[in-house]
Ligand binder design. Structure first.
Ligand SMILES: NCCCCCC(=O)NO
Ligand SMILES: [Mg+2]
Ligand SMILES: [Zn+2]
Length: 343
């Protein structure tokens, strides 16, 4: 399997994450991607290629022009205001207030985000663009005949809405790849999000559409991020009714339980008969993950890869979460090796 990787991911090197009332070293850090890349190479998973440059058109097929414009200029606008730290949103449109886009950078940070843990700093924009190019290059490989491709995306994307950043995500790489498949004539595309957290951005982007099926298995939003979306009664709206599926689990969920939802998801995908599949691959479902509460073991990721392969679909994997850096390489490549073992 080919891996698409951009060294430009390292431009995303925020120094702060708001957590527990203090600023910590971000969990979403460059060593995550470097560790995965090292494992891809040591396991000779396949060729590693750099992304092509697709520009902003495919990004704007998913994200609004205002949001893209904001992301491009946020850091410079923040610095121009003489702010001492990294750009962190601190004010939002609360209930009963007016959801209009303010001029001021503090107002725009709140208008275009849904959470405060994700700082914007120098290089964030360039890395986010590179990450979208990584996903689009993997999509192109699969559209050109590869059975599967691994988009080693960083920053991740599944929390990003059409015009919101948060959860360490800026551009929704999986959604951008799905829309690229649609724009290239693939009638139906399925996105399966196996990250510990709900893919709220991906759900929202396609919520009223029946051409892209969105499924997410995740920790109960009553207990964990993103808190305000991802419940099982969210099944889509309008034309999209029945084309969104959420499966939630409690703390301590092991693979034996988690895989029941995987089975439900795979059956729904088979019924949908898509012509392409995107796996939003987070491995923060791992038993040692520092910010999550499932109990998957490294060997379970081989089983996950095998099950995905049994769907027999052209598949793009987009890297999402996973913060136990010591284990992330093994866990991610285990998925790919499991997938490849199923011919
Ligand atoms: N306290 C912020 C948690 C952000 C979750 C990031 C993630 O892994 N999403 O998949
Ligand atoms: Mg998920
Ligand atoms: Zn996650």
């Amino acid at each position: 399997m080919k891996t698409v990787f951009s060294p430009l991911h390292s431009l995303r090197s925020a120094k702060t994450e708001l957590d527990g009332g203090i600023l910590i070293e971000p969990h979403e850090k460059p060593s995550r991607a470097e560790t995965i890349l090292a494992r891809v190479r040591s396991q000779t998973l396949g060729e590693v290629i750099e992304p092509d440059e697709f520009g902003l058109e495919p990004v704007k097929r998913v994200h609004t022009a205002d949001y893209v414009e904001f992301l491009e200029h946020c850091w410079a606008d923040w610095v121009a205001e003489g702010k001492p730290g990294e750009a962190i949103p601190a004010v939002w449109c609360g209930r009963g207030m007016r959801p209009r886009m303010p001029k001021d950078i503090d107002g725009r940070l709140g208008y275009f985000s849904f959470a405060a843990e994700t700082s914007i700093s120098n290089g964030t924009w360039e890395a986010a663009c590179a990450s979208a190019n990584v996903a689009l290059t993997a999509q192109k490989l699969v559209a050109n005949g590869e059975r599967a491709a691994f988009a080693l995306c960083r920053p991740p994307g599944h929390h990003a809405h059409a015009d919101l950043f948060g959860g360490y995500c800026f551009f929704n790489n999986a959604a951008i790849a799905a829309q690229a498949f649609r724009d290239q004539g693939y009638e139906r595309v399925a996105i399966l999000d196996v990250d510990f957290h709900h893919g709220n951005g991906t759900q929202a982007i396609f919520y009223d559409r029946s051409d892209v099926l969105t499924i997410s298995l995740h920790g109960d939003p009553d207990l964990v991020f993103p808190h305000f979306l991802g419940f099982e009664d969210e099944t889509g709206e309008g034309d999209g009714k029945g084309y969104n599926l959420n499966v939630i689990y409690p703390p301590g969920t092991p693979y034996s339980e988690w895989s029941r939802g995987l089975e439900t998801a795979c059956k729904r995908i088979a019924d949908f008969q898509p012509s392409a599949l995107i796996i939003a691959l987070g491995v923060d479902t791992f038993e040692e993950d520092p910010i999550s509460f499932f109990k998957l073991k490294s060997t379970d990721y081989v089983s996950l890869g095998e099950r995905i392969a049994q769907l027999g679909l052209p598949t793009v994997f987009t890297m999402e979460g996973g913060y136990d850096v010591d284990a992330i390489g093994v866990n991610v490549v285990n998925v790919m090796q499991g997938f490849e073992s199923e011919k």
